[in-house]
Design a protein around this ligand. Structure first.
Ligand code: VAH
Length: 317
């Protein structure tokens, strides 16, 4: 049985669906903080900071794999530094402890390009380089990477991880991250043909379309253990663009689309991150290759999000 913790979040909501397609509905339990989720049969309420509740759930349901997606992202984390550290760090430690005590087969945990900082190389930032995270979120991810490696080395726990870039999806809720603009822009473009961006126009960041991110996660988790050579976390890359590039790509579909720039505190966070990532290790070790480029991502987003919005305005019955 697979347990997805944080199943209502930005990655968790889509990953749960993908895992169920792959492993069958009965074999994937969704867990998160709400008491219940409508239409969710295999759902359990869980606070990841309650370790005995987690240990009981894993035992009762005979869980063999955990995907831990409960976290506070960069922008929200800077507003709640103590709570972000507690959730991101203690949540991971609880899962690692329970997983190794109950001898689970595998654990997945997401890291982020937010582990890099102002001193890291800006372009094609390599796997191993100066990291210098400058947000509580980034510090928790960097420390977490070493904890994952520690449990692999000392306890033989098969824990695997990806440093995700900013993720773009037409179904997931926004996560409270610095890269949220790249999702919000599509909603506003379709609703009012204009968007006020909280980053500066030329702030280039690593990004990825959610279908690529989900496929990468499944591919990493299904790779033979000996191919997973990096046990901190893998750099992963697909797209790299600025708000101005994204606006231009949207304008090809919606010519009247207008964008204004009103940078807020999130600009300083973004300015410390690399613009692009070198992911050669993921490509060599387990064959990673992204499918979507900027153009195909933008047309797929607009098509699917447009259909969802039309359906919401005019439900068929
Ligand atoms: C954030 N989306 O903005 C996250 C991410 C690339 C950064 O981990 O906080």
């Amino acid at each position: 049985t697979i347990l997805v913790i944080g199943a209502c979040g930005q990655i968790g909501s889509e990953l749960t669906i993908a895992l169920r397609k792959r492993h069958g509905n009965a074999n994937v339990i969704a867990a998160d903080r709400p008491a219940e989720i409508s239409g969710e049969a295999r759902y359990r309420q869980l606070d990841v900071l309650n370790m005995s509740m987690l240990a009981d759930l894993v035992r009762q349901e005979q869980v063999t794999q955990i995907y831990l997606l409960a976290a506070m992202l960069s922008a929200t984390g800077e507003q709640n530094t103590g709570a972000a550290w507690k959730l991101n760090m203690n949540g991971l430690l609880d899962v690692l402890k329970v997983a190794s005590a109950q001898r689970l087969d595998k654990v997945f945990w997401p890291s982020s390009i937010a582990i890099f900082g102002p001193g890291s190389p800006k372009h094609l930032c390599p796997q191993d380089t100066l990291t210098e995270p400058n947000t509580v979120y980034g510090i928790s991810k960097r420390a977490g990477e070493y904890w994952c490696n520690y449990y692999f080395e000392k306890h033989g726990l098969d824990v695997r991880s990806i440093r995700y870039p900013g993720l773009i999806s037409y179904t997931s809720p926004l996560g409270g991250g610095t890269t949220d603009y790249a999702v919000a822009i599509f909603h506003q473009a379709l609703e009012q043909q204009s968007y006020s961006c909280f980053l500066e126009e030329d702030t280039c960041l690593p990004m990825m379309y959610m279908p690529d991110a989900i496929r990468a996660t499944l591919e990493l988790m299904e790779a033979p253990a000996e191919q997973v050579k990096i046990r901190t976390s893998y750099n992963l890359s697909a797209l790299s663009f600025s708000p101005c590039d994204l606006a231009a790509a949207i304008r090809k579909h919606i010519p009247a689309f207008e964008i204004a720039y009103r940078p807020d505190s999130r600009q300083a966070i973004a300015a410390g991150w690399p613009a692009s990532i070198n992911d050669v290790s993921a490509r060599l070790d387990w064959g990673w290759e992204p499918a979507f480029d900027l153009e195909t991502m933008v047309s797929d987003m607009l098509e699917n999000l447009g259909a969802i919005k039309r359906e919401r305005e005019n439900p068929r019955n």
